[in-house]
Every structure is written in structure tokens, then in C-alpha cells.
Ligand binder design. Structure first.
Ligand code: CP
Length: 383
């Protein structure tokens, strides 16, 4: 039999005796292998077909559209992952399932949030979070207003809380807030009637990123309790690391954090993680390797290491990935610095990298968050 494994080992292409067509065998961890003909006699073409099938499979096939399960999360804000228990996290992930399929439809429009007003208030740059909240809101029929903070009255000396109470007077349903100040979303949530979602507050938390990362992992592994996950790089300044440590450990995964000593938080020993400064040791037996961006905007008054030296020691490439489990997957919340935290080819290798899938899961999770919080608020206000 003529056969070839694609790079990750998840996909095998083979030809049966007396057949001119390439067959594909796709094997995801702890799941039954899928075998099918690629319908092509040409190896290169078969590779493309198998890779395309592999990518779509991970998003579509693993979930079925469920009815809404019993509401486990009763709060109207989502500002800190420390507020979430395991059952509540699972509720968010389960509710996001139906939106994964919905987002693959040709017509992506529903009216469950019709007439609702949602504000995107981003005081820091964003591509993924801001646009995915906008897409999520619009697909559910809500009106979303992007406030151009750079052109707002903040520039005339208005305080942030005054801006928020002004917007609150417009009767919004949800305020989505990204701001460099730690804890600001919580403060805002106490001062407004709308639901508040923390879309990143300084180095503190980014709850919806951690939820979408958990959903991406659940797509592949289902059971978190047997997983070993490495979070690597600038842990100290990363809100993504902090929220992921809390969410993934509550779901039962074991977490290794790996990074330069000066980029490990002082309280790291109090977190449910094992700490490494060496990639070889830290990646051993890991199923997932989550890379982090160097948060240059938060490293004030300190020296940032030379990019080549950093990449040699802490950047992820195919060689360092071999320290992890054989078929380990790679994640990165984005934006990526190619050649600094991660090798460019590895980042684009869909058999190893879940980076684009993370973006897709971001929309599904944010649809679920908007739906859950707005319904909870309706219950509180007895609408
Ligand atoms: N992951 C993330 O928060 O990306 P953005 O900064 O582009 O929103």
C-alpha cells in the first residue's frame, strides 16, 4: 500500500491495492478514525482536500445543535473568570455549540436579540475581540454601536465613568469594554444598568478569550481532565494567560507556565500551575501549547529582549514542538508576532495550529455571552 502521513500525524493518505484514488484517514485524539476517499488520483490535490476536510471537521462535526439547557449562569455581567465556577463555564461552552453550526450557514441572521442595543467601547486597539463582538451582535439581530473613543468627549477631559453614565442614559442592553486599567469593567458594572462584558482590562483579565480558547480545545479533546496545557511567554503582562489559567484549571486541565523568570508574576506559586523557565522541560507531555504575545505596550521602563535571542529560547517552532506530545496542537490568542513568539510556517499549519479556529470560536462564544447576559437582565428587570 502506498501511504503518506501529513506533518501532524492526524491525517494519513493512502492508496488501496488496485485503486488509483487516494484515501484519507483522519484521527483526532480519543475519537474514532474517519476514512473516506479524497476523490483524487493526485497526491498534492488529495493533501489539499484532506486538509480542508480536517479543518471543517473540527468546527462542524463535533457539536450538535442543542436546545438551550437549564440556565446555570444567573449574573448580568461577565467581568472576571474568578466569578465563574466549573458548571457555569460548561454552560457557556454548551450554549456556544449551536452558534458554531449557525455560523457555518449561508445566511447567518437570527432575530433573538432584535431591538437590543449593544455598545463596543474599546479604549485600546483590537481586531479580533471588537469585530467578533460586532459580528456576534449583528448575526443575532442586535444593533451594535462602535464608539470611536479617540473622537469622544474623553479628550475634552470627561472622566471615564461620566462617559459610561452618559451612554447608560441611552438605555443600552450591553456595554463591551476594553481598557488598559485593571478592574475598570467591574467598577463600570456597579455604576450602570446595562450588562457589562470585560473585553480586556490591562494585564488583569480577558474572560471571553479564555472561554473561546476552552471551546477550541473542547472541539478537539472533549475531556479536560486528562489534558496537560502549556502557556508560554510573557505571562506577567498577559490577561489572556491569567484568564486561561483560571478557566482551564477549573475545567480540570493541568497547566504548565513557561517563560523568562522576569516575566513570571510574583504570585505565580499561588496559581494552580507548574512553573518552568525552560521550554524543553515545560513542554514535556503537553497536548496543547498556547503561545503569548510579548505585551510591549505594558513593558514600560524595562528592557525588552532582543527578538532573535527571545525566539531561540522561547519562540515555538517545529523543533521545540517535538518536546510536547507527538500530535500536540498550537494556539495563540493573536495578534501574533511571527518569528518572535512563533514560527510563521507553524502558525499557518492547520494540522497543528488552531489559531484560525480560535477566531471562529470567538464569534460563537460571544454570541452565547450576549444571549445569556441579555436574557438574565430581562429576568432581573422582569421585562
Ligand atoms: N486576542 C485578542 O484579544 O485580540 P485583539 O487584541 O485583536 O482583540
Amino acid at each position: 500500500m502506498n501511504s503518506k502521513f501529513l506533518e501532524s500525524g492526524h491525517i494519513k493518505l493512502y492508496k488501496r491495492e488496485n485503486s488509483k484514488y487516494w484515501q484519507m484517514k483522519i484521527k483526532l485524539p480519543k475519537q474514532k478514525a474517519i476514512r473516506s476517499s479524497t476523490g483524487s488520483k493526485i497526491l498534492k490535490e488529495s493533501e489539499k482536500i484532506a486538509l480542508k476536510y480536517f479543518s471543517s471537521l473540527s468546527i462542524e462535526n463535533k457539536f450538535q445543535i442543542n436546545k438551550r439547557s437549564k440556565n446555570i449562569y444567573k449574573k448580568i455581567h461577565l467581568v472576571e473568570t474568578t466569578d465563574l465556577n466549573k458548571k457555569e463555564i460548561e454552560f457557556f461552552l454548551n450554549e456556544a455549540r449551536k452558534f458554531i453550526s449557525f455560523n457555518k450557514k449561508r445566511i447567518k441572521k437570527n432575530n433573538i436579540l432584535e431591538g437590543r442595543t449593544i455598545f463596543n467601547l474599546f479604549f485600546e486597539d483590537s481586531t479580533r475581540t471588537r469585530t467578533s463582538f460586532e459580528v456576534a451582535a449583528k448575526r443575532l439581530g442586535a444593533d451594535l454601536i462602535n464608539v470611536a473613543v479617540k473622537d469622544s468627549s474623553i479628550n475634552k477631559g470627561e472622566t471615564l465613568l461620566d462617559t459610561m453614565t452618559t451612554i447608560n442614559s441611552l438605555n443600552p442592553d450591553v456595554l463591551i469594554v476594553r481598557h488598559p486599567e485593571e478592574g475598570i469593567s467591574k467598577r463600570i458594572s456597579i455604576n450602570v444598568d446595562a450588562c457589562v462584558i470585560n473585553a480586556g482590562d490591562g494585564s488583569h483579565e480577558h474572560p471571553t478569550q479564555a472561554l473561546l480558547d476552552a471551546l477550541t480545545i473542547k472541539n478537539r479533546f472533549k475531556n479536560f481532565s486528562k489534558l496537560q496545557i502549556a502557556i508560554c511567554g510573557d505571562i506577567l503582562h498577559s490577561r489572556v494567560a491569567r484568564s486561561n489559567i483560571i478557566i482551564l484549571s477549573k475545567l480540570g486541565a493541568k497547566i504548565n507556565v513557561i517563560g523568562p523568570k522576569e516575566w513570571l508574576p510574583k504570585n505565580i506559586k499561588k496559581l494552580p500551575v507548574t512553573v518552568f523557565t525552560d521550554m524543553k522541560k515545560g513542554l514535556k507531555d503537553c497536548d496543547i501549547v498556547m503561545m503569548l504575545r510579548i505585551q510591549k505596550e505594558r513593558i514600560v521602563g524595562k528592557i525588552i529582549p532582543n527578538q532573535n535571542i527571545y525566539f531561540n529560547k522561547y519562540g515555538l517552532d517545529y523543533n521545540k514542538l517535538k518536546y510536547a506530545k507527538k500530535n500536540a496542537f498550537v494556539m495563540h490568542p493573536g495578534p501574533m508576532n511571527r518569528g518572535v513568539e512563533i514560527d510563521s510556517k507553524l502558525a499557518d499549519d492547520v494540522t497543528r495550529s488552531l489559531i484560525q479556529e480560535q477566531v471562529a470560536m470567538g464569534v460563537a462564544i460571544r454570541m452565547a455571552c450576549l444571549d445569556i447576559l441579555i436574557k438574565n437582565r430581562d429576568n432581573v428587570l422582569k421585562y
